[in-house]
Each structure stands twice: as structure tokens, then as C-alpha cells.
Ligand binder design. Sequence first.
Ligand code: G3H
Ligand code: ZN
Length: 286
Amino acid sequence: PLARTSELLADAVAARTGLPAFNVITLEHAEAIATGAEDAGTPVILQISQNAVGFHGGRLLPIARACAEVAAAARVPVSLHLDHVEDLDLLRAAPAAGFSSAMFDASHLPHHENVKATAEAADWAHRHGLHLEAELGRVGGKDGAAPLSAHAPGARTDPDEAAAYVADTGVDALAVAVGSSHAMTARTASLDHGLIGRLAAAVPVPLVLHGSSGVPDGELAAAVAAGMVKINIGTALNLAFTPAVRAHLAGDPAVTDPRKYLDPGRRAMAATVAHLAGVVTSSGRS
Ligand code: G3H
Ligand code: ZN
């Protein structure tokens, strides 16, 4: 059934486990994520990024409504999250499109502008029933300094700055930089588990790990054990989908029906989802 992100996060925090969030590009992604989560028996977040909305011609509703229907039909709780939103018009469209949460990404702005824009977005979100995630921009940086994504390799979030940012903005979840980076195609990231523990102790809202595709299973489990809650995974699905499609096309050069090659791609994504959802939810914090 369709669930609310805030409830799934609260359940994960209470159970001292992680909550997987997978990025949707096409309908097949949404179907694979729901099937994989059902196979693993775990709740899951379907997240659509502003980039993915761009792929659909800038139209939010077709893919959002498809995701809402997939969520409603699922045998596990599934929530809808709008990911990496910079466009305020898109954020404003989220509640009516079925989203219960969004990530407002002002990390490209200098710190004081990030705080101001994020606080305004959080205020709007709370008045419209939306749970808001955000991330710090330049970690340890000064106002006016060149922005550095919290998920640039080498970036780290300072626990005191993180606590102040949450207090100043009123956000409900915080993406932090602890060693992962976006769009890695090899699982070679190593995380700073001590820092995760210090962040979890300092920050009163659930912590979010972006760029989790590049994080090996053991590191993911250890991150959850150290206090990470929402685990964002995108690239790993495409690393499952595309080779499966390519293999089918290579083995059947005369194929024209997309169902013939999309199905193995979708099944490969579902298997990856089931595996990663199991890793993220099986590791409890002590
Ligand atoms: O917000 C989405 C995630 O950070 C996905 O990152 O594609 O590197 O797994 P990833
Ligand atoms: Zn991300």
C-alpha cells in the first residue's frame, strides 16, 4: 500500500534499521522496486528526481501517478519521494502528485543562502504536509566559498554544523557526506563509520546516505549499524538493467518487441533491489 515517508522513517528509527530508497526513471524501475521489496519483505521508498522528471519532458504527473498506482498495489508499504529538487515549482507540485516527502537541494548555493532557501522550503513543505530532506552545501566551508556538493568525493559533514543547519532550517531529514559519492559504477567507497556515529548523536533527525550504489554490502550494513537511516540507491539499478537488456539484444538480434528485452532488465533490477533492501534492513543498530 501507499505509505508516508515520515512513517516509514519513524518505523526504521524505532526498529534501529535502515530504509531503502530507490530511484525511478521508467515505469519498469517502479515495478522492479516494488517486486524486489516484496521479495525481501521490506518497506521501500520510490524516489523520482528532478532529473528524471526532466527525462519525462518536465511532466511530473504521468510518472508520479504510475508510481502511486504501483505503490498502492504493492504488498509492502511504499512511499513516494521527490528527489534532488531545485525547482520550487516542482516542489509545490509534489503534494498533489502523491508525494509525502521531498529532498530540497540547495547545496549549490553558498551556505547562508542554502540555509535561507531551505528554511523557506521547509516552512512551505510543513504547511502542505510534506516531509523535507535537505543537505549541507560546502562542508566546513565559509559563506561565499565555491559550493561543494556534500557528496563530492572527500567531502565530510561536520556534526556541529549539521546540528546547527537542522536547527536553523527545520528540515526533517539530513543528507550527510561520509565518504559516498553519486553515480559510482564500482562498489569501492569506504565510509567513515565513526563520523556517522557522531552525526547520529548530534543530529535529531534521520540521516540520509546518497550515492549508495558505490558502497559495498558490508559498508552499507555498518553504516546502518552506526546510525544511517535512509539509504538512496540509483545507479545500481541501471547497472543491473542495462547489461540484462544488452545481453538479450545480443542473443536475439531480430527482436523488436520491447517487452522481450525490458522484462529481463526489469527482473535484473528486481533482484538487485531485493538484495540491497535485505542488506539495508537486516543490519540493526546496537
Ligand atoms: O539521490 C539519489 C542517490 O543519491 C543515488 O545515488 O545513483 O550513486 O546510487 P547513486
Ligand atoms: Zn542523491
